[in-house]
Design a protein around this ligand. Sequence first.
Ligand code: LLP
Length: 423
Amino acid sequence: MRTGEGEGRATSDDGENRPVRRLSAWDDDELADLAATYETPLYVMDLERVRENCRRLHEAFPDADVRYAAKAHTGRVVLETVRTEGLAIECASAGEVERAFAAGAAGDEVQYTAVNPPDRDLDIVVRRWENDPGLTITVGARDTVERLRDRGFDGRLCVRVNPGVGAGHHEKVTTGGHAKFGVPYSEAASVVRDACDDFEVVGIHAHAGSGISGDDLSAHREVVRRMGDLARDVSAFVDLEFVDVGGGFGVPYREDEPPLDLPNVAEATREALGDVDAQLAVEPGRYVVADAGVLLATVNTVKESAEYETLVGIDAGMTTLLRPAMYDAYHAVQNLSAEDARDAIPVTVAGPICETSDVLCEHRPLAAPARGDVLAVGNAGAYGYEMASTYNSRPRPAEVVLDPDPRLARRREPLAALTELER
Ligand code: LLP
């Protein structure tokens, strides 16, 4: 067992407030046992770390309403865990709303953020609201307001604003400033005013982007400042319950990257918001689950050649963890079977998908891998399983949770599931 000082597995009674849990802090032997028992590729989620992250958010934002952006990981046990820690659930689709209710959430714990919502989503969510009027719907376009009115919805409404400023770890996750999201800032007050006639307008919302690091803090601050101004503007005609400034708090993916100073971000957020007669709300996803998860994979091929770096083929690919292929994202990798026994060599690690982009990492020093070795991939808890697909007809992996004993949370998708829907 190699547990980094102050960065190890959280236990309920250690009272620590670790800002980060790195891959090296996981228990190698325990992970290797899980790979042997449940086979690979396998996601492992440590629910105690999820709880710890929830508590750290509450501590940093003691007066705020902390919501969990379910899109980072919608597994039922994760939703149940964050609910138990007092987080409401922010949902991006009717499917996520259904999952939130299935995890036991009451309507007043559910916010549905409609992004160019299909009719079907609106139908399902409005039907839910009819039985559970505490549910809040966030709209990002004038015509979504009309579509809700047409469906008889007159409940809790929040207006998503495009703050005109964005931030994030990659251009593909920079939200603020993209026409797709929210009503333009200049029109926001009038959309809120018009909506007041037919709905209970409870909030305004903006999200700058995902994976905000220290460098992006000024963009985050600017978004919050604009939201504070807007809240004060609209207070002339509506009593807002909350101002939701989105999620996006980054986590360190690289081993030497410092963690976000969350109390500092919280202070900057409060300062930028200024005096508003409404509660601050935040809705992080990644921050809650990223470092609570690892992905385990088995080496199936080692290819040496004079021309190329050693190629290590594993049984997890871009269909298991899409982030490297989609965002060039960095994830720490360790060879659990040889970490202390073999010297590190530079390797390229690739998956079994027939695509050039199916590469987990390149030029990475890794304890010389051999066939059958088990590799662990860090920070896989957010947008990991969630973005898995069945491309190349490769069934989705299994998932185990530690609570603290391991149990299967999602079984491996069987091959038969691939053709199940076909007629
Ligand atoms: N709220 C809204 C309205 C969002 O669109 C998002 C993320 C969040 C909250 C949560 O952001 P977070 O705290 O997790 O950064 N698949 C990408 C991330 C896409 C995020 C999309 N929206 C990735 O793997 O990096």
